[in-house]
Structures are given as structure tokens and as C-alpha cells.
Design a protein around this ligand. Structure first.
Ligand code: XLS
Ligand code: NI
Ligand code: NI
Length: 438
């Protein structure tokens, strides 16, 4: 095992006054916030596909990132070497978790059997490194979108054999996730959607997806996989319309197919904004419905309409995210997974550290700011006052189910008109939030 990131040592917390750009200024893993260490609030995770496999390719040119250890091949030998690289990176950065797709860590073989053998070999080495370093698997998933067999989708493919292949692939991916102690398993609907409605039987495709997810849940139960199943909403890309459009569409889908008790959501910032929602909206919707499971942390670009997967550095964003997560009492088995990649222009290995350090520090600041907002209590008071009419009298009676349209008509005929409204005070509240952003 060589040293791949030479010149970069263990990243340490040096505090806000440090000028060292390869140190944490805010992420102090053991510092307690509301009685819980920072590292447990976040459960930070590094995404294999971006950080270990991403080479900066875009539609206009191939990868150009400098990775001295890479030969660029999809050989088994290279796959095993990348595992060494990855764990050196994890140990230096100090992320407690990682995530991967089956095909990120091992190449496909000539047939499914060979492919599974390759995966087994990689998983044995991953297991060894996990034991050695204590780094754990936040979630595993299956890549059901890169291979050309999935050109029309996987569970929603018009080709029944492709559905069967995808089922076999996910079965294996759940097995290896269980073996590695993965705490969740993610379903992002790669090509589950359509490009053209003339050639698409939408009802049939959605029924197939429902059946596929039911089969996955049954299989997990059968083998005793205790990880949380998560669906990751996204409105489009690669297809024009992805079936798992947003948190609300996913909830309706899960309820229709009787899966709402077995799945939660993995909410990604850039997917929320592609759906023209704020991340805050998606998190609050999931939280309100008891299905907030985990997050893919990144951000889009305000002026670009695609999934740019940039590292999050905006502390207004991380403050909102942490307000939701704290109100949720944390993410449980979930975590904050950096589903984020370097810009093509940031091509040196050191950039991988700068990117993750920045993301982790931005989240640590968000946590501290959200904690200050909660400690101060002004926002909570404003919210409580806004809904005060529901705490007693007619409001409390309605909430308790004691009224009908007839009784409310009687109440209002007697009263004549509704009590006056109070101002929403949005600008004042936005100013107040600015007071905490330091
Ligand atoms: C793609 C998704 C993907 C999932 C894992 O847009 O974000 O990376 O997180 O399959
Ligand atoms: Ni994602
Ligand atoms: Ni994404």
C-alpha cells in the first residue's frame, strides 16, 4: 500500500481563527451541540462515484483530472487499488462513512456470474479496510443506468428480461450492503421515467416499479437486512420525466403500492432545486410525513438547469438544512452524504480535500447557527404565536374533530366575521435570521 495523497496529512480541527486551508475551522467532531457530538449530527459520508471514480468528464470532453495512481481502466486490479486510495482519503479526511454503487467498486464481467464474482472480491477488500479503519458504509446501491441494457430503464423497462436482470443485480447489491453492515440501501431511479409518451405505457411502468420495490423489501426481510430503504427523488435527468419526481410524488407512490412503512427518502439538494423546490421544502415535506431518512448534500448553480452536483458552501442553505434535521431529532440511520463532485477545472488530488473540508465546515456552521436560533427561541415564539388560535377555543375544538360545516356555520353566523389577521412579518424574520449568520 503506497501513499497516494502524499504531502497531505490528517485533516484536523484548528478553530475559526486558523488560516490553514487544509484544516477544519468549524467541524469539530466531538464538540457537543444540543447534547450530541457534531459527528453524530452529520454522519458525513463520501460518495465513491464522484470522489474515487469521477475524472471530470463532461459532454464536451473526457476526464482530465490528475490521479497519478489511475490507469483509467476498468480492470479488477485497478478496482482493488482504488480501494486503497479511497481508504487513505477517508482516514485523512475523517469522514465516518462512505457510499457506493456496485459498479463503482468492481467491473462488470462477461456475464452476471462473473460480475458477481468481481463484486465479491472487491467487497472482501472493502470489509478488510472497514475493519482496519472503522469507516462504515452509510448506504449501498446498484447502478441500474450506465450499462446499455438499461437504455429504456430497469424496473420500468419495456423488456421483461431487463427487469429480471435488475432484480438479480439489486438482490446482490442488498446482500453485499448487508455483509458490509450498510445502514441504509438507496434506490435512485436512474432511468425509471420516460423520454416520449407516444411509446410509453405509464401505468404499466409504474406498476412494475411498485412490484420491483415490493420484491426488494420482501427480500430484505427474508435475509434479515435491517438497513433503512430509501428512495431518492429527482424530477428529470437522465429522462425527461423521472417517476420519483419529488418528495410528494414519492410519498404518493409509496402509499399507492403499500410501501410507506418500509421506505423513507434520501433528499438531494440539487434534485430539489431541479424540481423547483427549495431543499428546505423537500426536507420539511419529508419530515412532516415521517419519511425523512438521509440527505445527499450538494448544490446546483442558480443559472444552470442541470444536476451540477457542486459541493455545498452556502451557509444559508446549510442552516436551513440543519433547522430541519434538528427539528427531526437527527437523521437516525441516515447521514449527510456528499453526492458532489469537483469542477472539471479543479483537477488535482488536493482539490478533493478542499471540497470536502468546505462542505463539512459549511454544515458545521449551519449546525451552530441553527442551534443558536433554537437556543434563542425567538423563531419558535413567532411560530407559536402565529398558530395561537389553534391552541384553545374554536381552533382546539376543530383540531379535536368536534366540529362540522353546520356547527361552524352556526359559530360564524353568531360571531359575524373572523377575528383580524396578524402580519406574517416575513422581512422581519429574514432580518432576524441574518443576525445569527456569523
Ligand atoms: C444522481 C443521483 C445518484 C444517486 C445514487 O443524480 O444523485 O448519484 O445518489 O445512485
Ligand atoms: Ni444522489
Ligand atoms: Ni444527483
Amino acid at each position: 500500500m503506497g501513499e497516494y495523497f502524499s504531502g497531505i496529512g490528517k485533516i484536523r480541527y484548528e478553530g475559526p481563527s486558523s488560516k490553514n486551508l487544509l484544516a477544519f475551522k468549524h467541524y469539530n467532531p466531538d464538540e457537543s451541540v444540543e447534547g450530541k457530538p457534531m459527528k453524530e449530527w452529520f454522519r458525513f459520508s463520501v460518495a465513491w462515484w464522484h470522489t474515487i471514480r469521477g475524472m471530470g468528464a463532461d459532454p464536451f470532453g473526457p476526464g482530465c483530472h490528475v490521479r497519478p495512481w489511475e490507469d483509467g481502466s476498468d480492470s479488477m486490479k485497478m478496482a482493488l487499488k482504488r480501494i486503497d486510495v479511497a481508504f487513505e482519503f477517508f482516514e485523512k479526511l475523517g469522514n465516518p462513512f462512505y457510499t457506493f454503487h456496485d459498479r463503482d467498486v468492481a467491473p462488470e464481467g462477461e456475464n452476471l456470474k462473473e460480475t458477481n464474482n468481481n463484486l465479491d472480491k472487491a467487497v472482501a477488500v472493502l470489509e478488510k479496510h472497514q475493519k482496519r479503519t472503522g469507516v462504515r458504509l452509510l448506504w449501498g446501491t446498484a447502478n441500474l443506468f450506465s450499462n446499455k441494457r438499461y437504455v429504456h430503464g430497469a424496473a420500468t423497462s419495456p423488456n421483461a428480461d431487463v427487469f429480471a436482470y435488475a432484480a438479480a443485480q439489486v438482490k446482490k447489491a442488498i446482500e453485499v450492503t448487508k455483509l458490509l453492515g450498510g445502514e441504509n440501501y438507496v434506490f435512485w431511479g436512474g432511468r425509471e421515467g420516460y423520454q416520449c409518451l407516444y411509446n410509453t405505457d405509464m401505468k404499466r411502468e409504474m406498476d412494475h416499479l411498485g412490484r420491483f420495490l415490493s420484491m426488494a423489501a420482501d427480500f430484505a426481510e427474508k435475509i434479515g437486512f435491517k438497513g433503512q430503504f430509501l428512495i431518492e427523488p429527482k424530477p428529470h435527468e437522465p429522462t425527461k420525466h423521472q417517476y420519483d419526481t419529488d418528495a410528494a410524488a414519492c410519498l404518493a407512490f409509496l402509499q399507492k403500492y403499500g410501501l410507506e412503512k418500509r421506505f423513507k427518502l434520501n433528499i438531494e439538494t440539487n434534485h430539489a432545486t431541479l424540481a423547483r423546490h427549495e431543499m428546505f421544502h423537500e426536507l420539511e415535506f419529508a419530515r412532516a410525513n415521517g419519511i425523512l431518512g438521509s440527505i445527499d448534500a450538494n448544490r446546483g448553480d442558480m443559472l444552470l438547469g442541470w444536476d451540477t452536483d457542486q459541493f455545498p458552501t452556502d451557509i444559508y442553505l446549510t442552516t436551513q438544512v440543519m433547522l430541519s434535521i434538528m427539528a427531526n431529532g437527527g437523521l437516525g440511520k441516515g447521514g449527510v452524504n456528499f453526492d458532489a463532485k469537483l469542477r472539471r477545472e479543479s483537477f488535482e488530488p488536493a482539490d478533493l480535500f478542499h471540497a470536502h473540508i468546505g462542505g463539512m465546515d459549511a454544515f458545521a456552521r449551519g449546525l451552530k447557527i441553527a442551534a443558536a436560533i433554537r437556543r434563542d427561541g425567538t423563531l419558535r415564539k413567532i411560530l407559536a404565536e402565529r398558530y395561537a388560535s389553534w391552541e384553545s377555543g374554536i381552533g382546539a375544538e376543530i383540531e379535536a374533530g368536534k366540529h362540522s360545516f353546520e356547527s361552524l356555520e352556526k359559530y360564524m353566523l353568531k360571531k359575524g366575521d373572523a377575528a383580524p389577521n396578524a402580519s406574517g412579518r416575513q422581512e422581519m424574520i429574514e432580518n432576524l435570521i441574518n443576525e445569527y449568520i456569523r
